[in-house]
Design a protein around this ligand. Structure first.
Ligand code: GAP
Length: 513
């Protein structure tokens, strides 16, 4: 199945099974804003818990914070967001559609990558096990030609972005003959900068209201609380502050479902270190964060690092962790070495001294910062994309199964009486009641057992427990495993232990230590 079709199916599946709904749907929706349904909210909460426990519980020197969304507007002046949190925009005069100039060019670069990958896939098929990809890349004339074009375009683009050269960005679009996907024409406007922050007003107009911003990242709430946490927690450098919360960006190109939203959630951690030690910690957190992703078992080959060509105004090193989405490798998490930029700026703009006295060095300094920043919604999408699977089961039958990591699955176990009589529902409820405070459980007695299994497969429930007449005689049940569809007879007393072992974060955390 083409990857585009997989993605469409995934979006439809999310709606049909209560994971994600378009916001305000009965009013025809609101662009790039989504609501999480009964299964979506559970999956989202499990992702957040996996992150929080890994960052705050596993690391003795990382503590949490929950700062307000509304903050003093000068914070965004100090952070550079008022002046520099912009996207380069270009309009097509015929379709009147607006695009991000950088995205148009990046998509053009991706087209060269696609051509190269197709050549490689073709050759791989032809030569089988004897295929040597590295050699093929070095010698095949088609690959070499496309690679040279790609590299030249990439270099020109990087230069233009680093120099903030909007004319050059437009010229690249013209030279590459990029057309508007709607009108099909090359009738482009100039490229202009557009600030991504939403604004609102605080206070009544009679009192003189104040223009404030909806935070575009949670990080600034951490920076402005650095001294509060450090002093009250008696924290010693190096230490980190972690936070989960909503962020808002008026994205121009808001598409690909929950990949790019206008209201989204971030899980960010700022790790404060001694000046000069930032690269050591940058490498440490890169490795730790990659392990965190890979521990979920979605396949190491589906993740990669991508170093930034253009560094943000505050960073001296930056990389992304990318996941193979149905529309290619895409950023899920950013890891940045933010220098002492933010703390210094807040010291300057607030007039307060924001420094740390290091007792070991017997000196005060402005700490440097390593940031790990991951979007909850993007993580959610990557997990669903990696888990979604359509498979043939027997003659002419197929099932849709979400192979979600058990720790993240919205429902951990479904308990089902084989029939709705003879005391089986009561026994099933008794088993469910013994587990429901520990795991999210579902009771289901409607339709054939086969249909019920399929319903649970579709929401990724790792275990189903079926209660039948034998249960009443010998206190055993059938456990059915989602991925293999194997069934086993086990004692009721063993159910809790089996599920608990598999849905607990602890096993994953062993891989992080
Ligand atoms: N504090 C640093 C920061 O905000 P970022 O790379 O702009 O860095 C971090 O954002 C993460 O937030 C991204 O890797 C992505 O997962 C998520 N994110 C950013 N913009 C988003 C959007 N419009 N919709 C969904 N997630 C987004």
């Amino acid at each position: 199945m083409a990857q585009e079709d997989v993605f469409k199916k995934l979006v439809a599946h999310c709606k049909e099974y209560g994971f994600v709904f378009p916001s305000s749907e009965i009013y025809d929706g609101l662009g790039a804003v989504y609501d999480y349904g009964q299964n979506g909210v559970e999956l989202k909460n499990n992702i957040k818990k996996y992150w929080w426990d890994a960052m705050v519980k596993l690391n003795d020197n990382v503590v949490g914070l929950d700062s307000a969304i509304f903050m003093h507007p000068t914070i965004w002046k100090a952070s550079g967001h008022v002046d520099a949190f912009n996207d380069p925009l270009i309009d097509n005069k015929d379709s009147k559609k607006r695009y991000r100039a950088d995205v148009l060019i990046e998509e053009q670069i991706a087209k060269f990558d696609d051509k190269i990958n197709k050549e490689i896939a073709k050759a791989q098929k032809k030569f089988g096990d004897a295929f040597d990809e590295a050699k093929f890349r070095e010698t095949n004339p088609n690959v070499l030609r496309e690679q040279a074009k790609r590299d030249a375009l990439h270099e020109r683009y990087s230069k233009a972005m680093n120099a903030n050269d909007l004319n050059e960005l437009r010229q690249i679009i013209i030279d590459e003959e990029i057309v508007c996907p709607i009108s099909g024409t090359k009738n482009w406007t100039e490229v202009r900068q557009f600030n991504l922050m939403f604004t609102t007003e605080m206070g009544s107009t009679a009192d003189g209201s104040m223009k404030i911003y909806l935070r575009p990242e949670t990080a600034q709430g951490i920076f402005v609380n650095f001294l509060n946490v450090q002093k009250t927690g008696r924290m010693k450098i190096p230490f980190g502050i972690a936070q989960i919360g909503k962020a808002f960006r008026n994205e121009i190109v808001a598409r690909q479902f929950i990949f790019r939203m206008r209201e989204f959630e971030q899980m960010e951690m700022q790790f404060f270190v001694r000046p000069g030690e930032e690269m050591k910690w940058f490498e440490y957190w890169k490795a730790f964060r990659m392990k965190w992703h890979q521990a979920l078992g979605m396949g190491a080959e589906n993740y990669r690092f991508h170093d930034h060509d253009k560094l943000a105004h505050y960073a001296n090193a930056a990389t992304d962790i990318e996941f193979r989405m149905p529309f290619g490798f895409k950023e899920v998490e950013g890891i940045h070495s933010r220098t002492n930029f933010d703390l210094s700026q807040h010291a300057k703009y607030s007039g307060k001294k924001i420094e740390y006295f290091d007792p070991e060095l017997n000196q005060s300094y402005t700490p440097y910062v390593i940031e790990t920043s991951i979007g909850v919604d993007r993580m959610f999408l990557s997990i669903l994309a990696g888990a979604y699977c359509e498979e043939q089961v027997g003659e002419g039958d197929m099932r849709v199964v979400l192979r979600l990591p058990a720790v993240l699955a919205p429902v951990k176990v479904a308990v089902m009486p084989l029939v709705k009589k003879d005391g089986l529902p009561e026994k099933a409820r008794e088993i469910l009641n013994s587990m429901k405070l520990e795991f999210n459980c579902q009771y289901d007695e409607k339709d054939s057992i086969g249909k019920r299994y399929r319903r649970q497969d579709a929401i990724g429930t790792p275990f189903c427990i079926t209660v039948d007449h034998q249960t009443l005689e010998d206190n055993t049940v059938t456990i059915r495993y989602r991925d293999t569809m194997e069934q086993e007879r086990i004692k009721v007393d063993d159910v809790y232990g089996i599920i608990s072992k598999n849905v607990n974060n602890h096993e994953l955390f062993k891989k992080l230590l």
